[in-house]
Design a protein around this ligand. Structure first.
Ligand SMILES: [Zn+2]
Length: 88
């Protein structure tokens, strides 16, 4: 058996220790018994794919070139206040 490490607490599991395996595609994640009992759901096991608009196209930011990714980091979100209706 290869060495398993708990996904949540990072503990390296002992050879005879109970654990819960989670198969995601070709990847297998494991949780130790304590972590599985406190939260049986596997969370935060993969990065979120962020899409944004670049030169007219919506593309995953991960696939942008270095310069455009830096530009993405510089972008700020803001909310434009709606002007009050003039007839109300
Ligand atoms: Zn654990």
């Amino acid at each position: 058996m290869e060495k398993y490490q708990c996904h949540d607490c990072g503990k390296v599991l002992a050879r005879d220790e109970e654990y819960m395996p989670y198969k995601v595609g070709n990847e297998v994640y494991v949780k130790c018994k304590d972590c599985h009992q406190s939260d049986p759901v596997l969370r935060n096991f993969q990065a979120t794919e962020v899409y944004s608009r670049v030169v007219g196209y919506i593309r995953p930011v991960k696939q942008w070139n270095k310069g455009k990714r830096t530009e993405f980091d510089d972008r700020r979100e803001f909310v434009v206040e709606q002007p009050a209706c003039s007839s109300c």
